[in-house]
Design a binder for this molecule. Structure first.
Ligand code: ACO
Length: 436
């Protein structure tokens, strides 16, 4: 039934259960999305709603990112992703997401300066790395280290202390790349390279990753540009699994470091950010197998195979992921620059073509997602496969922060506490051991 406008101009929907009718408020978003507000439904009707995996549930109102999966639209604070990808930098986009507007020169200068000042890790944190085996997955290290920041900056524990919030945000955003680069250095047994204040956000990260004390290292500005692009494309994606996790944890008023550490764990899974690592393994397997992509497309269609085309499909995109489109073009450019074509890029393109001409993928509207081509670029930059999801996490940090901050500043925020439909045994009684 269409919305009904009440005498005081409010939009309502009518809900009928058996012979009773209730009016429930309708909330309308900027882009005319309509939502039925069921917040008081149980109190009014005795019913709850059931929506496993939140297939149809808006968990919040948010002013950060707009996404239309049917039309392949993505905007941060109203600005289309392709404009930001072409014209902006990761630091500027981080500011935009977190503070809600494009910074002027002074604001951007101040923000960059904060990120520069907060880049080092406490020396005691360096020792944590000694405790990890060389084979430790860098996502485990990243999550643990981010959580550990809360023990070095206890002022962040009081989430109501707004005066400290700016420094906490800058600390986290800045130290993410230091933590990530140190975990890479640990895994290859090289000395940690400290951040350098004369380098930009991305150049600083590349220097910490790839320079060694024994010889000079020049940061390539084209590579810096590509890295900025990738991080911008990953910077936010509204209420995805990891961001919802950050909000879920933050809703108990857990501090920023704890909330984002939890988000990093959620991102790690292969159905979410971990897919970029899986894509590379899949492309390598196709290459090693040698019989071409069709075999793998067919395998992905067999439900009992347990195999899916990694980097394909998305909960909300039922059209080409706009980020994947941009990354695909960037991958070609990077290959040209490197002058060493990666056979995995050709395999990825052939796989995409095979899948997109197959009715199974067409009918289900399964297109390449952000993870499909990103790994190929990271590989070309010399970033090892097990660091791909860490790269995603660095990129996603401004989005996580923006959502945590938006939630904390909203006076209507309550602790997240879904209900359930109990399906276990009815009332029973304790049976003593000798009678079981
Ligand atoms: N390969 C083969 N079949 C697929 C794939 C895939 N990659 N993705 C979805 N399908 C099929 C499902 O089997 C299902 O078929 P059915 O209707 O016949 O049962 C249908 O498409 C719908 O898929 P669901 O799993 O129900 O969709 P959901 O929204 O729950 O999952 C997800 C989305 C997790 C991204 C899924 O597409 C997937 O597993 N993709 C591969 C992993 C991946 O690339 N993840 C990264 C996502 S982007 C990101 O998080 C950064």
């Amino acid at each position: 039934m269409p919305d009904k406008v009440t005498s005081n101009g409010e939009l309502k929907a009518e809900l009928r259960i058996a012979d009773k009718t209730w009016e429930v408020p309708v909330v309308v978003g900027t882009e005319d999305e309509h939502a039925i507000d069921i917040g008081k439904l149980r109190a009014q009707t005795g019913y709850v709603t059931l929506d496993p995996a939140y297939m149809n549930t808006a968990s919040t109102k948010s002013a950060i990112t707009y996404l239309d999966g049917e039309r392949g639209i993505l905007r941060y604070r109203g600005i289309p992703i392709d404009e930001l990808a072409e014209k902006s930098t990761f630091v500027e986009v981080a500011y935009l997401l977190i503070y809600g507007h494009l910074p002027n020169k002074t604001e951007l200068g101040g923000f960059s300066e904060q990120l520069t000042r907060h880049s080092m890790l406490h020396e005691d944190m360096k020792r944590f790395y000694d405790g990890y085996p060389g084979t430790a997955h860098p996502m485990a290290i990243l999550s643990a280290m981010v959580l550990s920041l809360s023990s070095f900056y206890p002022e962040a524990l009081d989430v109501k202390n707004r005066a400290e919030q700016e420094a906490t945000i800058a600390r986290l955003l800045s130290k993410m790349r230091t933590i990530a680069a140190f975990s890479f250095k640990k895994s290859i047994g090289q000395p940690f390279v400290y951040p350098k204040n004369n380098l930009s956000y991305c150049a600083n990260f590349l220097n910490m990753m790839f320079s060694v004390p024994a010889e000079p290292y020049a940061v390539d500005e084209d590579i810096v540009k590509v890295l900025n692009l990738l991080l911008i494309l990953h910077a936010d994606h509204e209420q995805n699994c990891s961001t919802s996790t950050v909000r879920q944890v933050g809703s108990s008023q857990a501090n920023l470091f704890a909330s984002i550490s939890a988000g990093i764990c959620a991102l790690w899974g292969p159905l979410h950010g971990g897919a970029n690592e899986e894509v590379l393994s899949m492309l390598q397997a196709i290459k090693d197998d040698g019989s071409g992509p069709k075999k793998f497309v067919d395998l992905a269609k067999q439900k009992d195979s347990g195999f899916r085309l990694m980097g394909f499909g998305h909960r909300v995109y039922k059209n080409y992921d706009p980020r994947a489109k941009i990354i695909k073009v960037a991958a070609d450019k990077v290959m040209q620059k490197m002058k060493q074509p990666d056979p995995l890029l050709d395999i990825a393109k052939a796989l995409e073509e095979a899948a997109l001409s197959d009715p199974y993928f067409v009918e289900r509207k399964l297109y390449p997602n952000v993870d499909f081509y990103s790994g190929i670029i990271y590989r070309a930059l010399g970033i090892p496969t097990n660091m791909f999801t860490v790269m995603f996490a660095i990129g996603r940090t401004p989005g996580w922060i923006a959502h945590w901050k938006e939630m904390m500043e909203d006076p209507t925020t309550k602790i997240f506490r879904p209900r359930q439909i109990y399906t276990g045994p009815p009332l029973g009684h304790y049976i003593p051991m000798d009678r079981r």
